[in-house]
Design a protein around this ligand. Structure first.
Ligand SMILES: *Cc1c(COP(=O)(O)O)cnc(C)c1O
Length: 336
C-alpha cells in the first residue's frame, strides 16, 4: 500500500492536468513584468479577494514578511498570536530582517486573540514604547476557522486605534469553504492578505500577497530585496491558476476525510481527539504509548507530525482507503 502521508497538505504532487497547464503556460521575465501567466494569476487572485492588486511570491513566509515590512517600519511592532505561523514558524523573520518587534498574545480556545488582550497590548504614543502598528491574524489557525463576527470586531478595534491589519490566510480557502462564504468576505476585514497555493490547493510552489495598489507597489520592492523576484515564474503561476479553477470546492472532501479520521479514532482509552473544523485533526495521547505511536504508524506507512500535539492533515493525495488504513494502524497500537 502506498504511504499515507498526513504530515501536511504541502506534500501533494501536481496532478496530471496541473502539469499539463504548467507545460502550456506562456512565459516571460517577471522581473520585467513580462510574464503573462504571473500577471493573469495576480489579477485573478486580487479580484477573488476583492483587493486592488496582488504579488506572486515564492512562499507564504516571504509573503507574510513582505507584508510586515511594508506595513511597519524599523522600531514598530506587530500584535500576533503566540502560536501564529508568522511569530512561531518563520524563524523570527519580522524581527531579524524587518526590525519589527512582535507582541505575541495567548490564544483563546477557538484560536482567536481576545479583544481585550489586543486592546491592552496597543502601546500609548510614548518614547518608551515600540510603535504598535499592525495586527496580524491567521485563518484558518491550527485548522480552526475564526468567526466572521470576531474578525470584523478585531479589525474595527485596531483600525480605530490607527493600526493596520494583515491576515495570514495560508488556508483562507479552507475557511471560506467551511463557512460557505466567498473568500473576499473574509479578506474584506483586512488591509492585506497572504494566501498559499502550495497547501490544500495542491500547487507545487507559490503564494500571493494582496492589498491596495500602492501597498503592493511597495511590497514589490521588498520582494526584490528579499530575493523573491523570479524570472519565468509563469510555469509556477500556471499551477496556481489551475488550482484556483479546480481545487477550491474540493477542499470540502479534505474536511470530510478529516472528520472520518476523527470519528475512527474516537473511544480509545487515553486518546483525546479534537473535533476537526477543516483539514486537520489534533490528537492528544496520554501515557507511555504516546512515545512509540509515531514510529509504529510509520512502520505501517502512515506519516504524521507530533511537535506539540499529534497532527494529521488531509489533502488532495489521500483518500478514504488511506484514512481507513491510518485508523486501523492507529487502533492496532492500542489494541483498540
Ligand atoms: C504554511 C504556512 C505559511 C507559509 O509557509 P511557507 O512554507 O513559507 O509557504 C504561513 N502561514 C501558515 C498558517 C501556514 O500554514
Amino acid at each position: 500500500m502506498k504511504t499515507v502521508d498526513l504530515r501536511s497538505d504541502t506534500v501533494t504532487q501536481p496532478t496530471p492536468a496541473m502539469r499539463e497547464a504548467m507545460m502550456r503556460a506562456p512565459l516571460g521575465d517577471d522581473v520585467f513584468g513580462d510574464d503573462p501567466t504571473v500577471n493573469a494569476l495576480q489579477e485573478r487572485i486580487a479580484a477573488m479577494l476583492g483587493k486592488e492588486a496582488a504579488l506572486f511570491v515564492p512562499t507564504g513566509t516571504q509573503g507574510n514578511l513582505i507584508a510586515t515590512m511594508t506595513h511597519c517600519q524599523r522600531g514598530d511592532e506587530y500584535i500576533v498570536g503566540q502560536f501564529a505561523h508568522t511569530y512561531r514558524w518563520e524563524g523570527g523573520g519580522a524581527a531579524v530582517l524587518g526590525s519589527v518587534q512582535p507582541q505575541p498574545l495567548e490564544h483563546q480556545g477557538d484560536g482567536s486573540l481576545a479583544l481585550k488582550d489586543i486592546e491592552a497590548a496597543i502601546k500609548p504614543d510614548d518614547a518608551h514604547f515600540a510603535r504598535s502598528r499592525l495586527l496580524c491574524l491567521e485563518n484558518t489557525i491550527g485548522g480552526k476557522v475564526l468567526p466572521m463576527v470576531y474578525m470584523a470586531q478585531a479589525a474595527e478595534l485596531v483600525r480605530r486605534r490607527g493600526l493596520a491589519t494583515h491576515l495570514d490566510g495560508a488556508r483562507l480557502f479552507n475557511a471560506s469553504v467551511k463557512l460557505g462564504v466567498p473568500a473576499r468576505d473574509i479578506a474584506k476585514h483586512f488591509d492585506s492578505v497572504s494566501v498559499c497555493f502550495s497547501k490544500g490547493l495542491g500547487a507545487p510552489v507559490g503564494s500571493a500577497l494582496v492589498g491596495p495598489r500602492d501597498f503592493i507597489k511597495q511590497a514589490h520592492r521588498a520582494r526584490k530585496m528579499l530575493g523573491g523576484g523570479m524570472r519565468q515564474a509563469g510555469v509556477l503561476a500556471a499551477a496556481a491558476l489551475h488550482a484556483l479553477e479546480h481545487h477550491i470546492d474540493r477542499l470540502a472532501d479534505d474536511h470530510a476525510l478529516a472528520q472520518r479520521l476523527a470519528d475512527g479514532l474516537q473511544g480509545i482509552t487515553g486518546v483525546t481527539v479534537e473535533p476537526p473544523q477543516t483539514n486537520m485533526v489534533f490528537v492528544d495521547v496520554a501515557g507511555e504509548k504516546a512515545q512509540t505511536l509515531l514510529p509504529h504508524l510509520k512502520s505501517c506507512g502512515v506519516l504524521a507530525t507530533g511537535l506539540y500535539r499529534l497532527r494529521f492533515v488531509t489533502h488532495l493525495d489521500v483518500d478514504a482507503a488511506g484514512i481507513d488504513h491510518a485508523i486501523r494502524s492507529f487502533r492496532d497500537h492500542f489494541n483498540a
